[in-house]
Structure formats: structure tokens, C-alpha cells
Design a protein around this ligand. Structure first.
Ligand code: ADP
Ligand code: ZN
Length: 209
């Protein structure tokens, strides 16, 4: 199954992508994670993306399209995949169509803007391996320490409150039009994001049936 997860930044796409990955045994691909990984290892692509990302702006289409092309060509994607955070613009969606990739379902996780801002302030990531946590919804076993690698948990620069507002604005302007794009292809399913992660997961699984 080839799945796209849509939704505002902080709507919980990453968390749900992990759940789908476990259940369907297909890779969850996050362009945000790939870019952050490139940043940590100091590649040229990472350096190019850094200023956009830190300011909460979208990385240029040609850069992320290149990333996705490369990633989807890998063997583990042959049996399907979940895209988390791609596409984020109409040209990105068109690029996917042009690659000849036929998406089965697009699940849009809806969360109101005021809730998003509150959620994002609690988000933390491991500076070493990139695993993500939340002070309230996805706590690590030990405060401030990554369960996976014992790295230190930090707040992403683009999760600071002032940046969050501009990310939401960009989401509404650039990404939300993808709902109509995929509705026209009869692929869109809308899920209301719930307060409990497990409740959202149940709705996401229903949407994928
Ligand atoms: P979130 O889902 O919380 O917004 P991501 O980790 O998906 O976080 O993305 C973080 C940042 O990475 C974005 O604000 C943007 O700068 C960059 N990015 C990730 N995916 C894309 C994309 N498809 N197009 C453009 N920029 C992207
Ligand atoms: Zn870690």
C-alpha cells in the first residue's frame, strides 16, 4: 500500500506514520527526518536546507523532490510506503504523479491551529539520532534522554513559538490545497486528530481499510 499522510506541522503525522509502519510493515519516509539527518552529517544538501528549515520555511521543491526520488528508488519501497511530510506543495504532488507512482490513499489528519501551537511547544527530538518525543504525549523513560540511543533531547529550532505561527501560515497556503488535489483523485480520507494518540491511530487504521 502506498500512503500519504497530510496535515499541519505538529498534527501527529510522524507518530501515526510509525504505527502504520508497524502494522503494514512498510517504511515510513519523512522528508523532515531525511533533511535533519543530512544536517547532522553535514552534507551539501543539509547545508542548503538549513536556513529554510530553521526559519520554518519550505525547502525548495527541487531539493525535496530529489530526496524523495532517491529514497523511493530503494528496494524497501517496492512493497509500498508511507510518506510523512511529502508532498507539501502542488508541484511536489505533480512530481510524484510524473514519477508514475500510484498512491492508494491520502490520510489527512486535522487538528485546529490553536491546538497545534500548544502541542508543538512540547515536542523534543534526540540531537544524536533524531527520534522524536513529546513532554506530554510521548515521554521518554528518563526525562531529557533518548530511549533509543541515550542522546540528549532538545527542542527543534523551528518548534519555537514564533516560528510555529509562520509554519502554520505556510501550511494553509501551500499544503492545504493538496486536499482538493487528492479529493479530485478520490484518494482523500479525513481523520480528526484526537487528544489520545491511540484514538487517532484507530481512526487512521479505519481510514486505511
Ligand atoms: P513537521 O511535520 O512538524 O512540519 P517536518 O519534520 O516534516 O516537520 O518538516 C520540518 C521542515 O523540513 C519543514 O518546515 C521544511 O523546512 C522541511 N521540509 C520537510 N519536508 C518538506 C517538503 N516536502 N517540502 C519542503 N520542505 C520540507
Ligand atoms: Zn537518540
Amino acid at each position: 500500500m502506498k500512503i500519504i499522510l497530510l496535515g499541519a506541522p505538529g498534527a501527529g503525522k510522524g507518530t501515526q506514520a510509525e504505527k502504520i509502519c508497524e502494522k503494514f510493515n512498510i517504511p515510513a519516509i519523512s522528508t523532515g527526518n531525511i533533511i535533519r539527518e543530512a544536517l547532522r552529517s553535514g552534507t551539501e544538501m543539509g547545508l542548503k536546507a538549513k536556513s529554510y528549515m530553521d526559519e520554518g520555511k519550505l525547502v525548495p521543491d527541487e531539493v525535496v523532490i530529489g530526496i524523495i526520488k532517491e529514497r523511493l528508488a530503494k528496494e524497501d519501497c517496492a512493497g509500498g510506503f508511507i510518506l510523512d511530510g511529502f508532498p507539501r506543495t502542488i508541484p511536489q504532488a505533480e512530481a510524484l504523479d510524473k514519477m508514475g507512482i500510484v498512491i492508494d490513499k491520502v490520510v489527512d489528519i486535522e487538528v485546529a491551529d490553536d491546538k497545534i501551537a500548544a502541542r508543538m511547544s512540547g515536542r523534543r527530538v534526540c540531537e544524536k539520532c533524531g527520534a522524536s518525543y513529546h513532554l506530554e504525549f510521548k515521554k521518554p523513560s528518563v526525562d531529557g534522554v533518548c530511549d533509543a540511543c541515550s542522546g540528549t533531547l532538545v527542542q527543534r529550532k523551528d518548534d519555537h513559538p514564533d516560528t510555529v505561527l509562520s509554519r502554520l501560515e505556510i501550511y494553509h497556503k501551500e499544503t492545504e490545497p493538496l486536499k482538493s488535489y487528492y479529493e479530485a483523485q478520490n484518494k482523500l480520507v479525513i481523520v480528526e486528530g484526537q487528544d489520545e494518540v491511540a484514538d487517532t491511530t484507530r481512526l487512521v487504521f479505519e481510514a486505511l481499510e
